[in-house]
Design a protein around this ligand. Structure first.
Ligand code: PAF
Length: 306
């Protein structure tokens, strides 16, 4: 029970929803704001940036690690998704995280579980079209994590752009008392966006994966030169991905907030990419900005997302 979990000195690890809720409520009763960083573990620098952002926003920082089965489709990598709980816990402790919430599957999905959150429209294109049920699983588990932790603020990466939009919509529609914060994508020096699935890549596949970042840069270069036709930007991005040896899943220009198709990519447009390096599916995105338009209105930049 929560009453036995003391917060303050070292990071505590809890597995049950009522335990984490107890710590969260005690912290709030003591005047602290509570931040949650939901993850599926196998933490990398991108996750740690989320943690740092959360710590700047709250007095109690909770990180959840849960490889969520309902967001993986049949034939996807749920079984082999990298798990590294001890290493992750050490990283989180070093960042000064207060609580690690690492529930077992039965805690999140008890026998007979049958209630899901379905966000319409925003969850339909892009990864939603290629991974049926994915965002239903994401929205459901995030709603459950919010219910367990009762955070004031929740922090997500902008690399999972569509996920971030789906979660914002859910929070608005269900009037959840949580502020959702998006944090910019963290990249390697050569531009590769950090992802837990990068661990699957062989050396040559990692080289191919750089095509994603190059495709985003190329599209922005074309925008800078005055190109505003979505199909021209998509074709150019697709060309760069294919030249890098990637198998394109999608390369689509979409409205940064509604994720609908656009007639013109100005003043701003999301370019969302998904491509396979070998068997590994990678995603990346960028909000393209027309010349003369200031930065900062792209909405949440923000699908591996399990
Ligand atoms: O972004 C992720 O790692 C996952 O989709 C999330 C938000 C933790 C839900 O399982």
């Amino acid at each position: 029970m929560g009453a036995f979990v003391v917060w303050g000195a070292d990071m505590v690890t809890v597995q049950r929803g009522d335990e984490v809720r107890g710590v969260s409520r005690a912290a709030r009763a003591g005047g602290a704001r509570v931040a949650l960083v939901p993850t599926m573990g196998c933490l990398h620098e991108g996750h740690l940036e989320l943690v740092r952002a959360a710590k700047g926003l709250a007095g109690l920082t909770v990180v959840s690690i849960f490889v969520n089965p309902t967001q993986f489709g049949p034939g996807e990598d749920f079984d082999r998704y990298p798990r590294a709980l001890e290493r992750d816990a050490a990283l989180l402790r070093a960042e000064g995280v207060d609580v690690l919430f690492a529930p077992p599957v039965e805690e999140m999905y008890p026998p007979g579980f049958g209630t899901f959150v379905n966000v319409e429209r925003l969850a339909e294109p892009l990864c939603g079209a290629r991974r049926p049920g994915h965002f239903r699983g994401v929205a459901t588990v995030v709603a459950k994590l919010f219910h367990a932790v009762e955070p004031d603020v929740a922090v997500f990466g902008e690399k999972d752009y569509q996920q971030l939009q789906v979660i914002r919509r859910m929070v608005t529609d269900l009037q959840m008392p949580v502020t959702v914060v998006g944090v910019p994508t963290v990249r390697e020096a050569d531009g590769l966006a950090l992802s837990s699935r990068n661990t699957y890549l062989t050396g040559p596949e990692r080289e191919q994966a750089l095509g994603l970042h190059r495709a985003l840069e190329r599209a922005q270069g074309l925008m800078d030169a005055g190109e505003e036709r979505p199909e021209a930007l998509e074709e150019a991005a697709r060309g760069v991905l294919e030249a890098a040896g990637l198998r394109v899943d999608y390369a689509e220009v979409r409205h940064p907030e509604t994720l609908e198709r656009m007639d013109r990519a100005a003043p701003r447009a999301l370019l969302a990419l998904a491509a396979y390096a070998g068997q590994t599916r990678l995603i990346d995105n960028r909000v393209l900005v027309a010349p003369g338009v200031g930065e900062g209105g792209g909405g949440p930049a923000a699908c591996p997302n399990g």
